[in-house]
Design a protein around this ligand. Structure first.
Ligand code: GCU
Length: 683
């Protein structure tokens, strides 16, 4: 039986799957051939499209048995699941012969478009590929093309609390309303929207979701044991779209949940407690993905308490998960958050590498080391974390932050595709080495930006970040602007050229615009403490969090060189250590991350540091004002609710950008005493 497609609650935005995207496929004749639950999902999707647009779907089950196909010529589209090897029968290159569990082969000849896959998820992704192509899927001939994801694990981590947390609310760093999954301490009663979420995720290639916060408070800890039924209900809703469910767990769960009195990873009773807990999870969720763990980090418990290493901790959980095929995602976000700002020898940026590089080769096969893309904390500009290139014998995953904690909190437009793409294309070993996108064998993870807001992401244009993440996780070397165009075409079907141009204008450069009016030249932070929104130049300057800029009357920046600074620059290999070591060769955009320089230091752009600060802050505000104007001019082309929501947020973005400009510029004028060359108003 086909599954029925999810019906979103009234008023919820269809995001990148509005009904019109089904027209090309739904008005044609399709054969869905094969058997299995995800094939039923594919069948259900095609049937719904056909019911709406007058096409027809025929259900075959022969492909699954590997029998020769039914006469394909009578269909416009054939979606077929075949046994291994079958997918490549028209051509021989290796990839075509074996697109893998999640890949598919797409071709067109004699008026029939064919998608063949040897795994059910592959068929689902092939279906959405056809949806993305629209009418182009049914034109001309197309030689067989194999598509498959670069990595098996393409995941969203939800920082959702089961119950409202007194400080962090329901979703930690959430800017899109409450949780999609949890309400009042339990899984939401009606999971139809969660099903719809799974469908949106499948349509951009995401296949895993961790459903609770990495800071696992007591209410969330119980999801592992007595509340696992709630997890199972969510997993049931996501499963038809090929999305596996993961849980964040507290390292001290045995202690918290009434097991052994310690959580020592080498203690036999502790290990048995975890093995038993994991058996319980798999009894409830047979395809459970595994655990996410934040240990010894920002107050969370971890193996250090017992004098054990992080490999010991991760491997204990890996051992419990291994018999069931689960994976532990162990986060590398480990640093001292009780630092003394007077102590110039400790450097938070060094911490992940110092803790983990020596553990290379010690992690179990089903343990993944999940590394934030930069060494600090999702700032608008950071160098790529040296950890990503430092553990060749470890499965490493890259973690990015779709939720815009430090990039405007979904009140500002900040399309992060170009930033993520720079990270994924970075080659830690130099130009002849592999790119991060290829080194990340453990997968790609984003902190989700989604909540129960009708637009999913609070700011309607922030949907582009979620979509872009999914597509980049599938193909890390994809051109982000091409992905953005895909998102525009799906979200705004049959958009006039003026709308397409307008959307490109306001989104393409929005990350760099945000960078211009906030913390300069890679120095980071300068946000208001706690909530992290808006300017607070000295907000973290004398705090224990290790996030300093060291501005004084002469200069600014953190000396992280090996020669005179914290030595962080030497954590890089290949040409990078040398490049970052000297202010002369360090790229402008990272200068203050790596060096403390005088305000009069001349950048490679030819401007002094302080003049760069003034100029970029004026430019950044002007760019936001211009984007607001462009958006206002699109009012006749966008549905009123969406247009109004974005317009209202532009008012706030302009206000906040001006505040950033004026505070940052005034701060540096007062510190340095250097006037703006162009005599603009600085307070
Ligand atoms: C940031 C963020 C926290 C979060 C942490 C993490 O520090 O502000 O809210 O818990 O990252 O990634 O664990």
């Amino acid at each position: 039986m086909p599954i029925t497609v999810p019906v979103l609650p009234a008023g919820v935005d269809p995001a990148w799957l509005p009904r019109e995207v089904w027209r090309p496929l739904g008005s044609r004749r399709t054969l869905v051939d094969g058997s299995g639950p995800l094939v039923e999902t594919v069948h259900g999707e095609v049937a719904a499209g056909c019911a709406r647009y007058g096409g027809a779907v025929v259900r075959g089950t022969r492909g699954a048995r590997g029998a020769p196909g039914v006469p394909d010529g009578s269909y416009d589209l054939v979606l077929r699941l075949v046994h291994h090897g079958g997918a490549g029968r028209h051509t021989d290159p290796a990839l075509l012969a074996s697109p893998g569990e999640e890949g598919f082969v797409h071709e067109r000849s004699g008026g029939t478009t064919t998608v063949t896959a040897s795994g059910q998820r592959g068929l689902l992704y092939g279906l959405f590929h056809v949806v993305r192509l629209g009418e182009d899927a049914f034109r001309g001939d197309r030689a067989p093309e194999a598509h498959r994801p670069a990595t098996e694990l393409r995941m969203l981590d939800h920082w959702d609390n089961v119950a409202v947390h007194p400080v962090m609310g329901q979703v930690e760093r959430g800017y899109a309303g409450g949780s999609l999954f949890w309400r009042d301490g339990s899984a939401v009663a009606d999971l139809e929207r969660v099903r719809g979420y799974g469908r949106l995720l499948a349509a951009c290639g995401i296949n895993a979701v961790s459903v609770n916060n990495v800071n696992v408070h007591e209410a969330e800890a119980h999801l592992l044991t007595d509340r696992v039924g709630d997890v199972a209900r969510i997993a049931d809703a996501l499963r038809p779209y090929g999305v596996r469910t993961h849980l964040s767990v507290n390292f001290a769960s045995p202690v918290l949940l009434g097991g052994p009195a310690c959580a020592d990873p080498l203690d036999a009773a502790v290990r048995e407690w975890w093995a038993e807990a994991v058996r319980g999870v798999y009894a409830a969720v047979p395809d459970f993905g595994g655990f996410v763990v934040k240990a010894d980090s920002e107050g969370q418990p971890g193996p250090f308490t017992y004098g054990r290493s992080h490999a010991d901790g991760a491997n204990m959980l890996a051992a419990a998960l291994a018999p069931h095929g689960g994976t532990v995602h162990w986060r590398a976000f480990v640093y001292d958050h009780r630092q003394d700002w007077r102590d110039r020898s400790s450097d938070r940026a060094r911490a992940a590498y110092d803790h983990f590089a020596t553990l290379d080769g010690e992690f179990a096969d089903n343990a993944v080391l999940q590394v934030k893309h930069g060494p600090m904390d999702f700032q608008v500009r950071e160098p790529v974390s040296p950890v990503l290139g430092a553990l060749p014998r470890t499965r490493v995953a890259v973690e990015v932050q779709a939720t815009q904690e430090y990039t405007g909190q979904q009140r500002h437009v900040c399309w992060l595709g170009p930033m993520w793409s720079e990270v994924l294309r970075f080659r830690p070993g130099g130009e002849h080495g592999s790119a991060v996108g290829a080194l990340a064998r453990g997968g790609m993870v984003a902190v989700s930006n989604v909540g129960d807001d009708p637009f999913w992401t609070g700011h309607p244009l922030a949907q582009a970040n979620l979509y872009t993440f999914g597509r980049l996780s599938w193909q890390p070397d994809a051109e982000p602007r091409r992905i953005l165009d895909e998102w525009i075409a799906l979200t705004f079907p049959s958009a006039a050229d003026r709308l397409v141009d307008g959307l490109r204008t306001v989104l393409h450069g929005s990350w760099r615009t945000y960078e211009k009016y906030t913390a300069p030249l890679g120095v980071g932070f300068m946000v208001q403490p706690g909530h992290h929104y808006g300017p607070g130049v000295d907000g973290y300057e004398y705090s224990p969090w290790g996030t300093y800029h060291f501005a004084d009357r002469d200069g600014i920046g953190v000396d992280r060189s090996a020669a005179t600074g914290t030595g962080y620059a030497a954590q890089y290999s290949g040409p990078w250590a040398e490049l970052y070591e000297s202010p002369g060769s360090c790229p402008d955009e990272l200068l203050l991350f790596f060096h403390h320089v005088p305000y009069g230091h001349v950048l490679s752009s030819g401007r002094t540091v302080v003049q760069h600060i003034y100029d970029t802050h004026f430019e950044g505000v002007a760019e936001v004002e211009e984007a607001r104007r462009v958006w206002a001019g699109l009012a006749d082309l966008v549905e009123p609710a969406r247009h109004a929501r974005v317009a209202e947020r532009y008012e706030e973005q302009v206000r906040c950008a001006r505040e950033w400009r004026d505070q940052v510029n005034s701060y540096f004028l007062r510190k340095s005493g250097v006037a703006d060359e162009r005599g603009r108003t600085i307070y």
